[in-house]
Design a protein around this ligand. Structure first.
Ligand code: ADP
Length: 404
């Protein structure tokens, strides 16, 4: 069965076409700058890349274009759209309702719309992508895969804030967590790598990309995570502050900063960019730090210190840790970050192998010495594959969604 995976953002749609259950990528690409005169589709199939520059006024036309290129003789991946057995959609917020991926029906659409209040920057765009796909492929099953789903197993003790309880009851204020598909994927891969049943793995998974989060995984289920009611909480990120004293906001409001400015400060101007004043990009910061830029070096140190604090905290939360996993653009590629996070952690059973760490380079690999009690693993994430598997399992497979 062919499964099309769709990730619809505000001005872009990314797609991958999978052949399941082999999980082979037949074609992939993205439409960017939807709604602008300079929109563009980039498509890769069987090693050949093509680019199409034409005005794409809406997500609907973007979907049309994607489906057209997928069946284009010579460049496409299928002879006919009827070969696509399911479409899997990334959806950011599933609230407390969706504990796993689901086939989309009217009730699911309503819920995704309802949760748009909790994820105003994402759910509305996800929904537009789903509706466009439903119209263009009316007979094909559509599946939603939620970023929040893996974290619905987090118990009250970890997901409730110490705010008045009625804020939870009336306004659904609680920790939801994000990046769930990635944390789940790498946790399952980690179990496979160290020869454990996926329901028997205790791990701390660190997703370090532009957005960053850590999850504590007990017996294969998420029991805590660093992102909260929104993706702002937790680790230092490219442009987000992560944890800080919220009273700073009241103080700044007194000084005349308005809400929109404060929101922009915390989400767009903080993090690695805010500290360094140089860039939100870890590669650039590492280069500038090497060249002697002190604030770039400080930003990296603060970033790593925060990850380290969470690894320590989650070591206390879990009754024993089998593996610490690094994933995301930074986690997979920066040996420096892994080293700064994990150095001098033998008291927690973590003994990094400097050579293995330096050579890990974005492949699945263990980077601890053989007798390290806790294994440190580098695992490239693959959220699209996880979505394709869920869609396949829900529509045609025999297993359960969430099997990697
Ligand atoms: P997103 O969260 O948008 O998917 P990625 O997971 O691709 O982002 O992560 C982007 C981050 O990964 C950037 O900060 C980038 O600098 C960093 N990164 C990518 N390659 C490397 C590398 N070789 N060394 C250090 N950082 C890297």
């Amino acid at each position: 069965m062919k499964v099309l995976v769709i990730n619809a953002g505000s001005s872009s749609i990314k797609y991958q076409l999978y052949d399941m259950p082999r999980a082979e990528v037949l074609a992939k690409g993205f439409v960017e700058r939807i709604g602008e005169p300079t929109s563009r589709l980039s498509h890769t199939c069987a090693g050949n890349s093509t680019t199409l520059e034409e005005a794409v006024p809406s997500h609907e036309t973007a979907m049309e274009l994607i489906l057209k290129v997928l069946v284009k003789p010579g460049e496409g991946a299928v002879a006919d759209l009827s070969e696509i057995g399911a479409v899997g959609h990334r959806v950011v917020h599933g609230g407390e309702e969706f504990t796993g991926s689901v086939k989309i029906d009217d009730r699911v659409l309503d819920s995704i719309e309802r949760f748009a209040e909790l994820a105003p920057l994402h759910n509305p765009h996800n929904l537009v992508g789903i509706r466009a796909a439903m119209r263009k492929l009316p007979g094909t099953a559509q599946v939603a895969c939620f970023d929040t789903a893996f974290h619905t197993s987090i118990p009250k003790v970890a997901h409730m804030y110490a705010l008045p309880f009625e804020l939870y009851e009336r306004h659904r204020v609680r920790r939801y967590g994000f990046h769930g598909t990635s944390h789940r994927y790498v946790a399952r891969r980690a179990a496979a790598m160290i020869g454990r049943d996926k329901h028997d793995l205790n791990a701390i998974t660190c997703h370090l990309g532009n957005g960053c989060s850590v999850a504590a995984v007990r017996k294969g289920r998420s029991v805590d995570t660093s992102m909260g009611f929104t993706p702002l909480e937790g680790l230092v990120m490219g442009t987000r502050a992560g944890d800080f004293d919220p009273a700073i906001l009241f103080y700044l409001a007194d000084k005349g900063y308005d809400l929109a400015t404060l929101n922009g400060l915390c989400n767009k101007k903080s993090g690695l960019l805010g500290i360094s004043g140089v860039s939100n990009d870890m590669r650039t910061l590492q280069k500038r730090a090497e060249e002697g830029n002190d604030r770039a070096a400080l930003a990296i140190e603060i970033f790593c210190y925060r990850v380290r604090k969470y690894v320590g905290a989650y070591s206390a939360v879990l009754d024993g840790v089998d593996a610490v996993v690094f994933t995301g653009g930074i986690g997979e590629n920066s040996s420096l970050v892994r080293e700064l996070v994990c150095r001098d952690m033998t008291h927690l059973g973590i003994a990094l192998d400097p050579k293995a760490n330096a050579e890990a380079g974005g492949r699945e690999s263990a980077v601890t010495v053989p007798d390290s009690r806790v294994q440190v693993l580098v695992i490239p994430t693959n959220e699209e594959q996880a979505i394709a598997r869920d869609a396949f399992e829900l529509v045609g497979g025999n297993g359960e969604p969430g099997t990697v």
